[in-house]
Ligand binder design. Sequence first.
Ligand SMILES: O=C(O)CCC(=O)C(=O)O
Length: 205
Amino acid sequence: MGGALFPGATTPFPGTPAALPEGFVYLPDAIPDADAHLAGLVDEVPWEDHVFRIFGRTMPMPRRIAWYGEVDYGYSGVIHPARPFSPRIATIAAEVERLTTFRFNTVLVNLYRGGADSMGWHADDDYPPAETAAIASVSFGAARRFDLRAREGDRRASLVLGHGSVLVMGEGTQPAWRHQLPKTRADVGARVNLTFRSIAARNVR
Ligand SMILES: O=C(O)CCC(=O)C(=O)O
């Protein structure tokens, strides 16, 4: 790791309270036609509801999800089968690939219906990477806080992921950091997030 992730990847986010740790790059307003993508994704994606187990209890997953790409993915106790990118997701992927120079072959799409929807602490390291271990996280809709916590030591950082933004989590970030999208009491609208990944083979679940 070290240095720029890809050409031009030095954009600081105005208003970011803490400097982003090495390996993370935030690109605000990076994806064109963000309003149309938000509305289109909410309407077009075949959203799925899932459950997760915590302390022996089964709880509804506090978001809706869908999986696209060249390989199956085991997530939330379910194998999500490979499925081609939709035309809209292929358009967004092409823009992300143009910005980052990486090729991503899969994407987990999350719908947060409001402030009560969230994603808990985790790292995206449960699969063998193909071309890159970097992840490109694209956000549309409500601006939400995103937290980072070092796996060792007490470093933390937060930023707000805005409409049309891309957060690149570079190679080496997932073994070193966990991330979460916390709930908020603020009256926020819907948000769609797409985490593009480069996966060599299905993870074992
Ligand atoms: O919605 C977000 O910004 C976080 C998504 C995420 O962490 C993931 O899909 O692994």
